[in-house]
Design a protein around this ligand. Structure first.
Ligand code: BGC
Length: 738
C-alpha cells in the first residue's frame, strides 16, 4: 500500500535515533495523542474513531479483533494522519485466543514454564492473526486470597512460581524478537499488590509494608522487567493510601529508579479518572496531572489525558520533557514491533486458528494442570476391564463454554471437547454410560433431578461426579465470600454417597474451594480448574489411566474461609501451633478458666493446617524422597551450594513428579517465612527407578530485602527441604558464613 514514509530514518537504524527524530517532528497534541488508548469494541470502529486517528489524537486501540477492521484502522492512522504513526492494538489475550488453555491458575499447577511459554506463543499466533499486537497479560499479581475472583487469572500464591511462569509467558508472547511474525508485546500487570485486596474483594484497598512489597509482590515484576516485557499496567487498588495509577513511589521510584524499567506504563481501564473517586484528586484534570507525573504513559479508556494534558503542559505544570519521555517509550515499542515497516496484518502469513500445535498444547497443559487431591484405596484410575457401567452426574460434565473459564472474549466454545464427550470416546460401547446433569448449573438449588441421579448412580459400577463453579463465578469483580461448592452440590454429593458406589469427583473451578464438607464423602478428587478447550480429553485420559496425574497446587486449599489468609510461606510467630498445643472448641470445659498454658496461634474451631497444602498433588504411583543433602556445610556470600535428594518411583507406573526445593532462613534481621520455594523440576521416572535430583543455589537466591529497602545476604543457618509438596519433611542444613 502507498503511504508516506513516517520517519526519515528507516528500519535497521537505532531505535532511540528513530524515536528522537520522530519526536522532533511531532506537535504537543500529536504527542499527547500517543498517550491515549481508545476502546474500539463498538459498532464499526473506523466510523467512530476515524477522525481521532486522522488528527493523531489516538495512538492505540483495544478490543478490536476483526483483522479487516484492524487493518482499516491502521490504514487511517498510517495513510491519513500527518505523521503516519501506526497503532498499538491491545486485547486481553489471557490464556489463549480461539484455542483456550487452562486458566492461568491451572497453568501454574503444571509447574511447567515450557508449557507456559508455548501456551503464550500459540495464543500470540492466533491473536496476531486477528491483528492484535499487544496483550494485557500476564497477570503476575501474587494471589493469596482464594475469595478474590482474579486468583483464576494469577499464577497463585508464591512469588517464585509466579516469577518463573510469568517470565516464561512473556517470552512466549514476545518471541525471540518482537518483529517476528506472531510476536506481540506483553504487559506485566497490575502494578502492584492488587492480589492483596482486603477480604479478597476486587478493587478494594491494600496495605502492604515495604519489606513485604519488595520480598513478595515485586519479585515477579522484577523478573518481568529483566526479561524485557513491553509494558506494565497499573493497579486499580489503593496501596498504603495511594492508588496504583497515581502512585509516584511505585511507578517512578521503584519501577524506574530501582528496577530500571524502560518500557511504557498503561493505566488500567479508566483508572486515571478513578483517582477522583478514590479521593486522591478533586477532578479529572488533577487526575491527569497526578497520573502523568506519577509515571503513567498511556491512559486506557478514559479522556483525562486527552482533555487536560495539553493545558497542563501549556501552563507549565507538566514539563514537555516528561511528555517526550512517555511518548518516546511508546514509540520505541512501536518501532520494536516493526509496525512502521509492517503496520498491516496478513492473516495468510499466520497459522490457522486452532492448529494442531495449539490444540496439542492446550491438551498437554490441561493434562499437566490437573491435580489429584485425594485417591482413597486407589479409586483411580478406573479399570476399564472391570467396569460394566458408569454414571456421569453433575452440572459441569458437558459444558463447552464453562470449561473455558474467565477472560475468554475470543475463545470458541465450538472447539471445546467436554469431559462427557471425551469419556464417551474412550469407553465406546464397552461400558454402559448414563448421564444425569442433576442441576441446571452449579448454583442451582432445585434438587428435583436428585432422585433420578441417585437411581442412575446406584445402578452403576462407579460414579463420575462433575462439580465446581461455572466460569462466571471467578474473574474480575467476581469474588466470593464463601468458597465452598455453591448451590445444592453438597447435597448432591451426599445423595451419591448413599448409593455406596465409588464416587470420583472431578472439579472444575476458577479458584481453590473449601472442600471439608465433602472430602470424606468421595473416594477421589481430580481438581481440573477451568481446563480450556481440550479439558475433556485430558480429564478422560487421567480417569482411565491413559495418563498419570502430575499437577501440583499453586495455592493452598483452606479448610474453611476463616483460615484465610493461609499460605505456605507464613511466618513462624513466637507461638507457633503444634498438635500438642491446640484445643478444639468441643473439648473445652464449659467453665474452663483462662490460663496461659498451651497458648499458640490457632483457631479453636478448625485445624491450624490447610486441607491441602501448596505444592500438593498425588500420582498413580508413589514417589519416595530420601537423603536430602547439601554439598557443603557452609557457603560464603557469592558462593553456590548444591542441595540434592534421592527420588524413587515405588509404584508400577511411569510417571512425572514435580520435585520442590524449599529453604528457611532460620534467623535474620527481619523474620523470614517458615518456607520459601527456591526451585522445582518435573522429573519422569519409570517403575522402580531412582534418581538424584540436584538444585544449585547461590547466595543471591537466599537474599532478601531488609528494612532499609536494600537486598542483603545475611550469614546464618539455613534449612532446606526437598519433597513433593510444601509440607515435605526431608531436610538438611547449611550456613552462610561471612
Ligand atoms: C482489567 C485489566 C484489563 C483491562 C482491559 C480491566 O478492567 O483490570 O486487567 O486488561 O480491563 O480489558
Amino acid at each position: 500500500m502507498n503511504r508516506p514514509k513516517p520517519t526519515s530514518l528507516g528500519a535497521g537504524q537505532d531505535t532511540a535515533d528513530r524515536v528522537r527524530e520522530l519526536l522532533s517532528r511531532m506537535t504537543l497534541a500529536e504527542k499527547i495523542g500517543q498517550m491515549c488508548l481508545a476502546e474500539g469494541g463498538h459498532d464499526h470502529p473506523p466510523a467512530v474513531l476515524g477522525d481521532d486517528l486522522r488528527n493523531g489524537s489516538i495512538g492505540a486501540v483495544l478490543n478490536v479483533v476483526d483483522v479487516e477492521i484492524v487493518n482499516e484502522l491502521q490504514r487511517i492512522a498510517v495513510e491519513e494522519s500527518r505523521l503516519g504513526i501506526p497503532l498499538l492494538v491491545g486485547r486481553d489475550v489471557i490464556h489463549g485466543f480461539k484455542t483456550v488453555l487452562p486458566i492461568p491458575l491451572g497453568l501454574a499447577a503444571t509447574w511447567n514454564p515450557d508449557l507456559a511459554r508455548e501456551g503464550a506463543r500459540v495464543a500470540a499466533l492466533e491473536a496476531a492473526k486477528a491483528g492484535v499486537n499487544w496483550t494485557f497479560a500476564p497477570m503476575i499479581d501474587v494471589s493469596r486470597d482464594p475469595r478474590w475472583g482474579r486468583i483464576a487469572e494469577s499464577f497463585g500464591e508464591c512469588e517464585y512460581l509466579t516469577s518463573v511462569m510469568g517470565r516464561a509467558s512473556i517470552e512466549g508472547f514476545q518471541g525471540d524478537r518482537l518483529t517476528d511474525t506472531g510476536s506481540i508485546a506483553a504487559c506485566a500487570k497490575h502494578f502492584i499488590g492488587y492480589g492483596a485486596v482486603e477480604s479478597g474483594r476486587d478493587y478494594a484497598t491494600t496495605n502492604i509494608p515495604d519489606t513485604e512489597l519488595r520480598n513478595v509482590y515485586l519479585r515477579p515484576f522484577r523478573a518481568a522487567a529483566e526479561v524485557g516485557v513491553g509494558s506494565f499496567m497499573t493497579s486499580f487498588s489503593d496501596l498504603n493510601g495511594v492508588p496504583g495509577t497515581g502512585n509516584r513511589y511505585i511507578l517512578s521510584d521503584v519501577l524506574r529508579d530501582e528496577l530500571g524499567y524502560g518500557g511504557f506504563v498503561v493505566s488500567d481501564w479508566d483508572s486515571v479518572r478513578q483517582l477522583k473517586i478514590h479521593g486522591l484528586t478533586e477532578n479529572d484534570r488533577e487526575s491527569a496531572y497526578t497520573a502523568v507525573t506519577a509515571g503513567v504513559d498511556i491512559e486506557m479508556a478514559g479522556d483525562a489525558f486527552g482533555n487536560h494534558l495539553l493545558d497542563l503542559v501549556e501552563q507549565g505544570r507538566v514539563g514537555e520533557a516528561q511528555i517526550d519521555t512517555a511518548v518516546g517509550r511508546i514509540l520505541s515499542i512501536k518501532f520494536q514491533l516493526g509496525l512502521f515497516e509492517n503496520p498491516y496484518t496478513d492473516p495468510g502469513h499466520l497459522p490457522e486458528m486452532a492448529s494442531n500445535r495449539a490444540l496439542n498444547t492446550a491438551r498437554d497443559a490441561a493434562l499437566q494442570s490437573i491435580v489429584l487431591l485425594k485417591n482413597e484405596g486407589g479409586a483411580l484410575p478406573l479399570a476399564m476391564d472391570r467396569l460394566r457401567s458408569l454414571a456421569v452426574i453433575g452440572p459441569l460434565a458437558d459444558e463447552a463454554y464453562e470449561q473455558l473459564g474467565t477472560w475468554v472474549f475470543d475463545g470458541d466454545p465450538g472447539l471445546s471437547v467436554t469431559p462427557l464427550q471425551a469419556i464417551r470416546d474412550v469407553v465406546g460401547d464397552r461400558v454402559e454410560l448414563r448421564y444425569v446433569r442433576a442441576m441446571a448449573n452449579s448454583r442451582s438449588r432445585v434438587g428435583d433431578e436428585f432422585d433420578e441421579a441417585e437411581k442412575v448412580a446406584g445402578a452403576a459400577d462407579a460414579v463420575l461426579l462433575f462439580l465446581g463453579e461455572e466460569s462466571i463465578l471467578s474473574g474480575e469483580a467476581h469474588c466470593r465470600a464463601d468458597i465452598s461448592l455453591p448451590g445444592d452440590q453438597v447435597e448432591l454429593v451426599r445423595r451419591m454417597r448413599l448409593t455406596g458406589k465409588p464416587i470420583i469427583a472431578v472439579m472444575l473451578a476458577g479458584r481453590p474451594l473449601t472442600l471439608s464438607n465433602i472430602v470424606d464423602d468421595v473416594d477421589a478428587i481430580l481438581f481440573a480448574w477451568h481446563p480450556g478447550t481440550m479439558g475433556g480429553p485430558a480429564i478422560a485420559d487421567l480417569l482411565f489411566g491413559r495418563e498419570v496425574p502430575s499437577g501440583k497446587l499453586p495455592a493452598t486449599f483452606p479448610r474453611i474461609v476463616g483460615q484465610i489468609p493461609i499460605y505456605y510461606s507464613q511466618k513462624n510467630g513466637g507461638k507457633p501451633p503444634s498438635t500438642e498445643t491446640v484445643v478444639f472448641i468441643d473439648d473445652i470445659d464449659a467453665y474452663a478458666p483462662q490460663t496461659s498454658l498451651g497458648m499458640s496461634a490457632f483457631h479453636l474451631d478448625t485445624h491450624f493446617t490447610p486441607l491441602f497444602p501448596f505444592g500438593h498433588g498425588l500420582s498413580y504411583t508413589e514417589f519416595d524422597y530420601k537423603d536430602v543433602r547439601a554439598s557443603a556445610e557452609e557457603i560464603h556470600p557469592g558462593g553456590t551450594i548444591t542441595v540434592s535428594a534421592e527420588l524413587c518411583n515405588r509404584g508400577d507406573r511411569e510417571a512425572e513428579e514435580i520435585v520442590q526445593l524449599y529453604t528457611r532462613d532460620v534467623a535474620a534481621s527481619i523474620t523470614r517465612p517458615v518456607r520459601e520455594l527456591k526451585g522445582f523440576r518435573r522429573v519422569r521416572l519409570g517403575p522402580g527407578e531412582t534418581t538424584t535430583v540436584c538444585f544449585e543455589l547461590n547466595s543471591d537466591d537466599l537474599s532478601f530485602y531488609g528494612q532499609d529497602g536494600k537486598r542483603t545476604v545475611e550469614p546464618g543457618l539455613f534449612h532446606a527441604w526437598i519433597g513433593g509438596s510444601s509440607d515435605a519433611d526431608c531436610r538438611t542444613r547449611f550456613r552462610i558464613v561471612a
